[in-house]
Design a protein around this ligand. Structure first.
Ligand code: NAD
Length: 488
């Protein structure tokens, strides 16, 4: 697979390549070019040229192109989903919903862009009025992680294109293929060549050049908090606009009046979807004392039904961990918790099944009596292992839930609307789901508190991060005399 610059599939200048392997089998899926700084510069130049054309297109045309993008992507959902499963590992059903989520984002912003309204506002002094206009920023660098390579490209490209910007996308080096395939489809939609370029290569080269390039106006980044800090420093040098969607350690609180059956399903969905590798995975589970035993009994039964396997198999519920390194990290967090006295409720670990030896598989682990200072509660655990904590009431649950540097998602389970609202208002997180597993929706703004980042993607708010706000102030005829100089 080649990368995409100015609508052309192209090699890198160096002709070096990166190997992309299947996390379920270790086999080579394909290679992609190992891009360098010169390749990024070419892509940025192409995006700058495309910006001149695209930003001048009327909103109604941009809206039509976005709808067309959604249509061509949906038409290819089966092929794209297969491609995503091969490089990322997630089951085919999850891959299809990820591809559809890319299309959803395009449709949502296609609908929004033609419907914006502004206001003519008089000055408080009555001498005139002002209007506030929105201008696209220019070239945006979108730097993506490997856990949701396609939907997270949509969260950036859909509002960004809607607002009139153009893009240089840098996918994670382990999941570049489906992003290139999606971007290549855009040629069929009326989008100018060069409006969305994809440059593959290491973060330390391709990513750094995007951050340093003076023609890039904004960085939209999703990834680890540590990388986000480096990007923030780099972007500061030229005051680039920045959206940072970073890590999380989401709490799920199950109160004594919760619907336990649904909460058990949500905990399984929330922790084991995408093999526990979602930014808003349920990463810490807080159970009220009085329901803890009953919840754990049903949860264990549920967890034991999860079939781990190759994402291409119809029978698979949970695919492999994305990389060997990631698997070792999860295993070391489990060992650390055990060494601090955690009780093993479901053992998990590497499966013994024939055919899974070469993949990075892990069976779910569930731990109880976890020391709160264990890494699994203090850091982000990006894999299928869940620590459970027992709490006595809402206040203890809130205090524990907030005892983390992260603040991305959170959820609370209760039938008492007052309690739900109380918790939701006090949890320091960008989103609180009430009686719901963590599901992102195109119309709802998404982002983090604290070290989970800043800025918002999705929703009406998401569009605003792709604009500069400009105020035009007009003094009414005859009112200017008051402003004569000198001032006295
Ligand atoms: P990562 O930070 O390792 O990599 C993300 C991207 O940054 C990759 O494309 C990588 O090549 C690039 N990169 C690395 N170093 C760079 C540098 N110096 N300059 C520029 N770019 C650089 O993250 P990951 O492991 O791919 O993704 C998993 C993380 O993403 C988790 O922490 C997860 O919680 C987070 N995440 C957050 C959200 C959210 O919306 N908040 C969504 C999904 C994932």
């Amino acid at each position: 697979m080649k990368m995409l610059i100015e609508g052309q599939l192209t090699e890198s200048q160096s002709a070096d390549v990166i190997r992309v392997s299947n996390p379920a089998t270790g086999e080579l899926v394909d290679t992609v070019p190992k891009g360098g700084r010169e390749d990024v510069k070419r892509a940025v130049d192409a995006a700058s040229e495309a910006f001149k054309v695209w930003s001048e297109r009327p909103a109604i045309e941009r809206s039509r192109v976005l709808l067309k993008i959604a249509e061509v992507v949906r038409a290819d959902v089966a092929d794209l989903a297969r491609s995503l499963t091969l490089e990322q590992g997630k089951p085919l059903g999850e891959s299809s919903s990820e591809i559809n989520s890319f299309a959803n984002s395009c449709e949502y912003y296609a609908g929004l862009i033609g419907r914006q309204r502004g206001a003519h506002t008089p000055f408080s002094t009555g001498e005139g009025f002002f209007i506030v206009t929105k201008r696209p920023l220019g070239v945006v660098g979108a730097i993506l992680p490997w856990n949701f390579p396609v939907s997270l490209m949509g969260w950036k490209v859909a509002p960004g294109l809607a607002a009139g910007n153009t893009f240089v996308v840098k996918p994670a080096s382990t999941t570049p293929i489906t992003d290139i395939k999606v971007a290549a489809l855009l040629a069929k939609t009326g989008l100018p060549a060069g409006a969305v370029n994809v440059v593959t290569g290491p973060g330390s080269v391709v990513g750094e050049e995007i951050i340093e390039n003076p023609k890039v106006a904004k960085i939209a980044f999703t990834g680890e908090t540590a990388t986000g800090k480096r990007i923030m420093e780099g972007a500061a040098k030229s005051i680039k606009r920045l959206t940072l969607e970073l890590g999380g350690s989401d709490p799920m609180i199950v109160c004594d009046d919760a619907d336990l059956e649904l909460a058990v399903e949500a905990a399984a969905w929330g922790r084991f979807r995408n093999c526990g590798q979602s930014c808003t995975s349920v990463k810490r589970l807080f159970l009220f004392d009085s329901v803890a035993d009953e919840f754990v009994r049903s949860f264990v039964e549920k967890v034991k039904t999860i079939r781990v396997g190759n994402g291409l198999e119809k029978t698979t519920h949970m695919g492999p961990v994305h990389t060997q390194e990631q698997r070792e990290k999860v295993e070391s967090m489990v060992e650390d918790a055990k060494s601090r006295g955690a009780k093993v409720i479901v053992k998990g670990g590497r499966p013994m099944n024939k055919g899974l030896e070469r993949g990075n598989f892990l069976v779910p682990t569930v731990l109880g009596d976890v020391d709160y200072d264990a890494k699994i509660s203090r850091e982000e655990c990006f894999g299928p292992a869940l620590p459970i904590f027992v709490v006595k009431d809402v206040e203890e649950a809130i205090q524990r839930a907030n005892d983390t540097p992260f603040g991305l998602g959170s959820s609370v389970w209760t039938k008492d609307v007052e309690k739900a609202y109380h918790v939701a208002e006090r949890i320091e997180a960008g989103t609180t789901w009430v009686n719901s597993p963590p599901i992102a929706r195109a119309e709802v703004p998404f982002g983090g508190f604290k070290q989970s980042g800043f800025g918002r993607e999705l929703g009406i708010e998401g569009l605003d991060y792709y604009y500069e706000t400009k105020s035009i102030q007009v003094l009414e005829y005859g009112k200017g005399k008051k402003w004569a100089f000198p001032i006295n």
